[in-house]
Design a binder for this molecule. Sequence first.
Ligand code: NAP
Ligand code: GDD
Length: 329
Amino acid sequence: MKTALITGILGQDGPYLAKFLLEKNYKVYGMIRRYSNPNFENLDYLKITDKIEYVDGDMNDDSSLINLIKNLRPDEVYNLAAQSFVGSSWEMAKLTTEVNSLGVLYLLNAIKFFSPMTKFYQASTSEMFGLSNHNGSQDETTPFHPRSPYAISKVYAYWMTVNFRESFGIFACNGILFNHESPIRGLQFVTRKITDGVAKIKYGLANKLALGNLDAKRDWGFAGDYVEAMYLMLQQDKADDYVVGTGENHSVREFVELAFKYAGIPNWKKYVVIDPRFKRPAEVHALRAKWDKAKKVLGWQPKVKFEELVKMMVEADLKRYKQQLDLQK
Ligand code: NAP
Ligand code: GDD
């Protein structure tokens, strides 16, 4: 039985990846940091909470990572843990750097010294491209131009991953993933904020949805599809880096319009207000993946299209609020 350690198990991608690996008969260890009250909601949603073995660790604490790698010596490590919200990264630049950059160095060192055969996946991001428009789409050869402390922290981690591969022969890969969403996406991210907001409006629990820049464009895919690409990267003969996305992009405005439409609420403009607090000091205007390498080498391709993704998220949030309201009756 293969073993995998997933950091960031309580986030969005951790549960989808764990479910995918459990279906492949892996033994899955999920790293959680010290919390007085950890939140297993996302794992509960996918009905896998009791199928994972939880282990303690914090990306800020190198000795906890050394202990884990030394004791488990897992076949694969998927490093998904991060301060992943771009919007907060200006106010929390130090924390963002410690978790997203130094944490990766600690993990890679632990692998190098205590389990050099462990394969390593680093959750890199399209945010690293930032302003690099590159004729409208980005691939593995596109130069980075990060626009936030978050993106900068991820550029460090990207290069450290490449460097451990080149210097010490560690099987270390970067998945440069474009935005991916799901019904268990964090509520701060724009897609889920919209679908949650729309559901509240539908049930009379809110009458406004405050957003920032509606013109930003993202290449949005489904998280459940993207975890397969993470897994495939670690099954190749040679470690490498891959861009993963859909090749289509849409604006926040288009997402809003569709979400209101799927909820059956006419005239979205009546409800959406622009609040400058949700605008960023430096915006990434548009991202679109050129994911030919992932298709050619990994044989991977996305399954869920944009419209289907919006519908899936709206329906899940409508269902959640309906269940809550039914319980209160
Ligand atoms: P997420 O929902 O924000 O989950 C991140 C997880 O990291 C959380 O479970 C969090 O734990 C954990 N974490 C934060 N600080 C930690 C620390 N000091 N020690 C241990 N764990 C810590 O993120 P996601 O959307 O699943 O994304 C997974 C990874 O992919 C992230 O690295 C993100 O930057 C990257 N990425 C995401 C996307 C995307 O569109 N989703 C695209 C490209 C790259 P708690 O639950 O305890 O807070
Ligand atoms: N969060 C948020 N809230 N974003 C808003 C809002 C709002 O009210 N209004 C407009 N936006 C715009 C942001 O300015 C940005 O251009 C876009 O919506 C997407 O924002 P997020 O959903 O917060 O995601 P992100 O693209 O900044 O970052 C996500 O994707 C990256 C991959 O490209 C995160 O998951 C990162 O961790 C990930 O690396």
